[in-house]
Design a protein around this ligand. Structure first.
Ligand code: SAM
Length: 373
């Protein structure tokens, strides 16, 4: 290992320039050293457990117009759908019976009463039908404090809202911003999610046009400063019929975005040892073993898609989306085989909450009791 890299990796805390240096590494032997360090931390702190979250893509109806996203409101080439309660509950039943123990409900963003009520009722039914045995993560975008509270009280206990990028100028290039919806509103939403009591997750897209290594280093520092509990980040992948695709000619090649995403996972794992990190589906869109490689880079969560097959092609966020015609059982047994080969173990029947979330709470409690004494 280069002495410089060795010095950085032996530090207790990274400075910004350390992170930039790690993310700029191009030598594959050196990159492997970074990954190995991250993976050994993952094994030591979080064992060889891999947690499954059954991903339910609830609806592609969206009120937002994010310039990178295939299901953006303005994309007229999308066949819009919303799952019926029965379809959601059947998917949940599959997850429950197969001991996935946790699900994620992800959806295009809507704030109207009908949507808020539908999700709320579903949460209650899911808890009831599974004897409270299923853990629920929501990924339904920016909502009011009242809605976050309502859904929390009805049974969701983790919430994922990607900041997408912490560079506000870049954020403004990839989103239509107005007085109501902007970088500040995204940050505020994350604060509200945390305040409500959710295990709070965020993430970014990696390899966006105009994005620099410096931006990605700031993203990782943001996760640390915000004391986030979970991260789901992955490569930006171009999508037809989106405004951002006019910049496809300046994108890094897909394999470089892939490699950089793995490096982001590894550096984050070294910085935040006990958080949950998802190995994103977008990694698998670039490489058939992408999610497994994400695990070896330091991730500990995988989200197998359990959306009814007929709707998967309509939740097309980006090109090359994998698994649009693969049955849940096929994916499950492939992941089982691959994960076993890595000497990792799927933690069936366990929620797999963020250890960091509970460690934080314990620390807070201890310092409160100490100051009382
Ligand atoms: N509406 C919710 C929200 O905004 O959080 C959840 C749905 S949104 C489609 C889920 C995530 O998909 C976004 O946070 C974004 O990072 C990711 N995504 C959308 N388009 C993408 C693309 N072209 N490449 C990679 N990820 C993309």
């Amino acid at each position: 290992m280069k002495p410089r890299l060795h010095k950085i990796l032996s530090k207790k805390k990274f400075e910004k320039n350390d992170i930039v240096e790690l993310l700029s590494e191009t030598d594959s032997v050196e990159k492997n050293k970074i990954r190995q360090k991250a993976y050994s931390i993952k094994r030591k702190k979080l064992s060889n457990a891999v947690y499954f979250r059954g991903l339910i893509e609830y609806s592609n109806i969206c009120s937002r117009n994010c310039f990178y996203c295939g299901v953006r409101a303005g994309n007229t080439h999308v066949n819009r759908y919303q799952l019926s309660d029965k379809e959601v509950l059947e998917a949940v039943d599959y997850a429950w019976k197969n001991k996935f123990a946790s699900i994620v409900i992800q959806s295009g963003e809507r704030k109207d009463n009908d949507f808020v009520r539908k999700i709320d009722n579903l949460l209650k039914k899911i808890k009831q039908n599974t004897n409270n045995e299923i853990g629920i993560t929501l990924s339904c975008g920016e909502q009011s404090e009242e809605t976050y509270k309502k859904w929390f009280e009805s049974g969701a206990h983790r919430y994922l809202l990607r900041i997408e990028t912490t560079n506000e100028k870049l954020f403004n290039k990839i989103h239509p911003v107005n007085e109501e919806v902007n970088f500040a509103s995204r940050l505020k939403a994350l604060e509200l999610i945390k305040k409500t009591g959710y295990q709070t997750g965020t993430g970014v897209m990696i390899g966006l046009p105009f994005q620099l290594i410096d931006d990605l280093a700031n993203d990782l520092m943001f996760f640390k400063d915000f004391d986030i509990d979970m991260v789901g980040m992955g490569p930006y992948i171009e999508c037809n019929n989106t405004p951002l695709s006019i910049h496809n000619n300046i994108l890094q090649p897909l394999n470089e975005r892939f490699e950089l995403s793995l490096l982001m996972i590894s550096v984050l794992r070294i910085m935040m040892k006990d958080i949950n990190i998802a190995s994103s589906t977008a990694l698998q869109a670039i490489h058939p073993m992408g999610r497994e490689k994400g695990l070896l880079a330091g991730a500990n969560v995988i989200m197998p898609n359990i959306t009814p097959l007929k709707h998967r092609v309509d939740y097309l966020l980006y090109k090359y989306k994998p698994g649009t015609n693969e049955k849940c059982d096929t994916v499950k047994s492939r992941l089982e085989n691959n994960i076993k080969l890595l000497d990792e173990e799927i933690a069936y029947g366990k929620w797999g909450d963020s250890k960091h979330f509970f460690a934080k709470r314990k620390n807070k409690f201890n310092s409160a009791t100490q100051s009382e004494n």
